[in-house]
Design a protein around this ligand. Structure first.
Ligand SMILES: [Fe+2]
Length: 232
């Protein structure tokens, strides 16, 4: 990460979600990305780092990325940022919600600026968060994978354009911080993805769509999550 800022990644929940605390070293202020599954764990991670959560950044509205937003807001005073297209798509509601537009910048502390990029395909209003040298990708781009496009609101043709826009426009050294731990590494780079990601290696749009939708039913619902934390 660029000087003066930090990225702390941790994995949580039954679906291998990655969450992030990204913030400013000087002021110890940070944002939490996609808080889900257990607010106590999230708060403990913030405590370990000695940081204060001032903002919540949501890549998209799916349950496994937002299911502890409400509980967290009972304990921390934070603004919640989600693209307006996603808020409208999901009729998403919570306290302190600030629907955002593509290109909006969220400033955290003195040194961290996060730009909200519109990266649709997994959902219509999915966002990726651009920092000085990294990209928090939610369920858009995974390490050696990409988000499913068969759920309600998903669109593989749109995903194809989104992925190619990202690799065409951003430097290859850009670090990729995915929304799930599905790849061989927890963090990669756009160069790594160009070399290894089978979805980026499909030669045509048609080949991409067929690879992404193989065995899937368009318009399907998210599965029911298993109980969390698991019964002991
Ligand atoms: Fe998702």
């Amino acid at each position: 990460m660029a000087e003066g800022v930090f990225v702390h990644q941790f994995e949580l929940g039954p679906w291998d979600n990655f969450m992030y605390l990204i913030g400013d070293r000087a002021t110890r202020r940070c944002a939490v990305v996609d808080p889900a599954w257990d607010e106590q764990v999230i708060l403990e991670e913030a405590q370990k780092l000695d940081v204060t959560i001032t903002d919540v950044l949501c890549t998209h509205s799916h349950f496994d990325h937002v299911n502890r937003v409400d509980q967290l807001l009972k304990v921390v005073d934070a603004k919640v940022h989600m693209l307006r297209a996603e808020v409208d798509f999901a009729d998403f509601k919570c306290e302190n919600l600030q629907p955002a537009s593509p290109g909006d910048v969220v400033k955290i502390g003195d040194h961290l600026e996060v730009t909200m990029l519109h990266t649709p395909g997994h959902t219509p209003g999915s966002a990726s968060f651009r920092t000085a040298d990294g990209l928090v990708t939610g369920d858009t781009l995974f390490v050696e994978g990409c988000g499913r496009c068969d759920f309600v609101g998903g669109d593989p043709e749109v995903m194809h354009r989104t992925l190619h826009d990202l690799v065409d426009r951003l430097p290859g050294a850009t670090k990729v911080y995915p929304g799930h731990n599905y790849g061989s590494l927890p963090v990669s780079s756009l160069d790594h993805e160009l070399e290894k990601n089978p979805y980026l290696k499909q030669p045509t749009l048609a080949a991409f769509v067929s690879h992404r939708m193989d065995g899937k039913t368009p318009g399907s619902s998210l599965p029911e999550p298993p109980p969390w934390p698991p019964a002991t």
